[in-house]
Ligand binder design. Structure first.
Ligand code: NAD
Length: 345
């Protein structure tokens, strides 16, 4: 079967990772990426031999005067693709949708867009089957992806009566020099925060309330969770086992001395997958406590990369390239080096 031809529109934090991930998949071909202006990321695209196209209001002459070869404009890229992954900044995806509609192209959007940008919101563990054959999908945001993955595990094993989560959010991505805060803690005064309703785009019947605050760190988000389960697990170890045996969860044990997000990201650098990314939900064995039906746990979310494998599975669901969500997840994770039987780990 011919490989699905994938275009990536927007080659920033998410787009450059998705492009690399597509290029590694056995059933997909990266036909090109786009930038609006020359930058170090455009230079990297060229160094990786990814065909580079001019997006938005960008000018080909600016690229050429910087010594960067362009293969055409975004319309030329879309004409070569079966699907486009839109990884443009928040709210620009909605504008770009007009281009995709005109090109009669399938499209995947990111979590910075409202849910109505696409036919369905997507999380691979959460609702793979509902996404099959759709022409447009939205991969939910980093925080929502982390919550949806954990919800998928807990719902399957014990059911969820109600979930309260506090999201401690990173102030900026590491490369963002103009965002903050660089000092202080900024509460998100919308109560509850928008994340709970966003999780319900994956699990419409889930009772969840979230609150959020932003802190001066760039590494990861951390979620503080209290879940009232429908049925009591036998032990906290049973919960640990459920998480540990699900793809896209990584549990740190006490003897690893990974006390917080700095050590987690140091582990990611040691492991060297992708951009030294941590695409799994990160849990700490000691940070899981059970009191009857009340489960407490922390999880850390690497905002720059957690949605990358989900974008790949969204493509596979759209084109029905796998028999089950589990099969797609296994293929994706093997290609990305997330599985222990894969070359990259
Ligand atoms: P980014 O700013 O790092 O990258 C966006 C890229 O798109 C830039 O290269 C920019 O030049 C380019 N661009 C600008 N206008 C464009 C246009 N009209 N057409 C095509 N490209 C254009 O942003 P990001 O962090 O990668 O975010 C992309 C999307 O992913 C957003 O919806 C965001 O909410 C979502 N997301 C971001 C994170 C994160 O932590 N960074 C996590 C999950 C989801």
């Amino acid at each position: 079967m011919a490989k699905v031809r994938v275009a990536v529109n927007g080659f920033g934090t998410i787009g450059k990772r998705v492009a690399d991930a597509v290029a590694r998949q056995p059933d997909m071909e990266l036909v090109g990426v786009s930038k609006t202006r020359p930058s170090f990321e455009a230079r990297r695209a060229q160094e990786k031999h990814y065909p580079l196209y001019v997006a938005g209001e960008g000018k080909a002459a600016e690229f050429e005067s910087a010594g960067l070869k362009v293969a055409g404009r975004i319309g030329d890229l879309l004409a070569r693709a079966d699907v486009v992954v839109d990884a443009a900044p928040d709210k620009i995806g909605k504008e770009n949708r007009k281009l995709y509609e005109a090109a009669k192209l399938r499209a995947i959007f990111q979590g910075g867009e409202k849910a109505d940008v696409a036919e369905a919101s997507f999380n691979a563990l959460g609702n793979y089957d509902a996404a099959r054959g759709k022409r447009t999908l939205r991969v939910v945001s980093c925080n929502t992806t982390g919550l949806a993955r954990a919800a998928a595990v807990l719902r399957t094993h014990w059911g969820i009566d109600h979930w309260e989560a506090t999201l401690v959010r990173r102030g900026a991505d590491p490369a963002e020099s103009k965002r903050g805060p660089i000092n202080g803690i900024v509460p998100t005064l919308q109560l509850p925060s928008h994340h709970g309703p966003d999780v319900r785009t994956i699990f419409p019947d889930l009772s969840i309330a979230t609150t959020a605050l932003v802190v001066p760190t760039t590494l990861m988000h951390v979620h503080v969770n209290h879940v009232r389960l429908a049925r009591a697990p036998d032990t906290a170890k049973a919960v640990l086992h459920a998480f540990e045996t699900t793809p896209r969860f990584h549990v740190f044990h006490p003897w690893e001395h990974a006390d917080g997000t700095p050590e987690v990201m140091e582990y990611a650098r040691d492991r060297g997958i992708g951009f030294n990314d941590m695409m799994e939900n990160v849990l700490w064995e000691e940070g899981i406590r059970l009191d009857g039906r009340d489960l407490y746990f922390f999880q850390a979310i690497h905002q720059e990369s957690i949605v990358v494998p989900e974008n790949i599975d969204a493509i596979r669901a759209m084109f029905d390239l796998a028999k089950t969500g589990a099969e797609s997840i296994a293929t994706t994770d093997r290609a990305l080096g997330l599985r222990s039987d894969s070359a990259g780990s």
